[in-house]
Design a protein. Structure first.
Length: 480
């Protein structure tokens, strides 16, 4: 059996049921050709990553084509069978055999969009810090998952979600901005960026009726696949397998179980996998002491390099280290000795973050060092998002998602927003993954010639898109 799908230029491609499918900026695998000096780094990374879970099933996933609304509605109303996820699964891919509709209109990122996304990114980052633990969020992943959800909102719920995600930008324009931005992100052989979206909904029409227009809009702007599922134990396995597959195994589980009132899951997955423009060799790595947030010391591997991109905002200094291809960079900010990292984070705004990146002194040499590190992070974002202004969406009585669908169990509302991330920084580059899941339920009721930046104590870091300087990922390293 073949699945018809279309690339961004409109050319038709065909693939087997097991193909990865159309994903935003889906890239080629990392080039595995290394110099003799890099063999050591490659082996180090391999040893660390072989213990991580990897997706090994044959779940067939394809990104949803921009489908004709009439056909999608027919599939929903008549229960037309599609290609199942697995032999024993009741999950149906509604993209099967559906033609593409007219291309949607995008909108190029401008100052208003960049400013609003920067504000959202830093506000979300600040609300996601969990005490003395390492943190990492992908503002882009959270924004894409929430934007898909917002396409089902109405009334005051819509107004609150619009205000958080886009400031003064209305939802229709935000869809256009995000469509263009996601497609504009660089993706190359040694600098991979993959973005994939999906919507999973309960297949029992007595419990849930999904609005076809809601699925259509998210297919058009976010290439979101639509899966009708039984919402049983097999669906849990299918969703977790989809997550593992679309994060290259960096994140392998989002669900433990599905409760009886769960109606929809809107999921975004992002993979970033890039080599440094200048990788570290064996002679660039040596043991140094890192002093963590609790003043405990630990002797670990530090990587030393010379960079050109010095950062200084008066409260912190740092550097920018580019990835291969020039599309992305790693930015690190080390608070001054007399500035607590908590105070520095609190001082950040979207505008100040962009200002410090934009004002990088690219002609000033920096003797830089940073530790090798790797960790996972998980946060339930309900409290952070409510603090930032989304309140009605989480309230079973006040939420208005009538454009998404209707449930016999009661009013649709956001039960939880779960965000999981992973990052690994080593001699060759950086691997990072993020998954955001919105669970919908039904219910009621300097002057010198060079500078030195030694990241040997807690610091803020970000993976930035060089075209806009927006953070794709942003986090803190508090302990190693």
């Amino acid at each position: 059996m073949k699945i018809v799908k279309r690339n961004r230029e409109g050319a038709e491609n065909t693939g087997n049921i097991g193909d990865t499918g159309s994903a935003r900026s889906l890239g080629s695998p990392r080039n595995e050709s290394f110099t003799e000096n890099e063999i050591y780094a490659k082996n180090e990374r391999h040893e660390r990553h072989t213990t991580r879970a990897r997706f090994t099933g044959n779940i067939g996933y394809t990104g949803l084509s921009r489908c004709i609304l009439l056909l999608l509605a027919a599939a929903l109303l008549l229960g037309v069978a599609g290609c199942a996820f697995a032999k024993a699964s009741d999950t149906t891919d509604l993209t099967k055999g559906v033609s593409a509709s007219n291309d949607v209109t995008g909108r190029r990122a401008d100052a208003e969009f960049i400013g609003s996304v920067a504000d959202f990114s830093i506000d979300l980052f600040k609300e996601s810090i969990t005490g003395s633990k390492n943190s990492l969020v992908s503002p882009l992943s959270v924004m894409l998952a929430l934007a898909m959800t917002t396409n089902g909102a109405d009334g005051e719920t819509l107004s609150q979600m619009e205000a958080l995600l886009g400031g003064s930008i209305p939802l229709d324009m935000l869809n256009e901005y995000l469509y263009s931005y996601a497609n504009s992100l660089p993706n190359a052989e040694k600098s991979k960026m993959k973005i994939v979206n999906s919507i999973w909904f309960r297949g029992d029409e007595e419990k849930l009726k999904v609005e076809p227009e809601f699925l259509q809009k998210n297919a058009d702007y976010y290439d979101a696949a639509a899966y009708r599922a039984a919402f049983d134990n097999q669906t849990v396995k299918d969703i977790n397998a989809w997550v593992g597959k679309n994060t290259d195994g960096m994140i392998d589980k989002m669900l433990e179980e599905i409760t009886g009132d769960a109606m929809l899951y809107l999921i975004n997955a992002i993979v970033f996998d890039a080599e440094w423009q200048s990788v570290y060799f064996k002679e660039n790595v040596r043991k140094e002491v890192f002093t963590d947030i609790s003043s405990l010391t630990n002797s670990i591997d530090f990587m030393y390099s010379t960079e050109y991109g010095y950062l200084d905002d008066g409260m912190a200094t740092g550097f920018i280290k580019p990835y291969a291809g020039g599309g992305y960079s790693f930015a690190a900010l080390l608070p001054n000795e007399d500035v607590a990292i908590e105070a520095y984070i609190e001082s950040l705004t979207g505008e100040s973050f962009l200002d410090i990146i934009n004002s990088a002194q690219k002609d000033l040499m920096v003797f830089a060092s940073m530790p090798k590190f790797e960790y996972d992070y998980e946060i339930r974002m309900n409290d952070a998002l409510m603090t930032l202004g989304i309140s009605d969406a989480f309230n079973p009585d006040a939420a208005d998602f009538n454009k998404m669908g209707r449930s016999s169990y009661g009013n649709l509302f956001i039960d939880r927003v779960l965000h999981k991330t992973f990052i690994s920084v080593d001699e060759l580059g950086t691997k990072a993954g993020a998954v955001t899941m919105v669970a919908m339920s039904g219910g009621g009721s300097g002057a010198s010639d060079y500078e030195t930046v030694h990241l040997n104590r807690p610091f803020v870091y970000a993976i930035i898109d060089n075209a806009t300087n927006l953070p794709i990922f942003i986090g803190t390293l508090m302990t190693v």
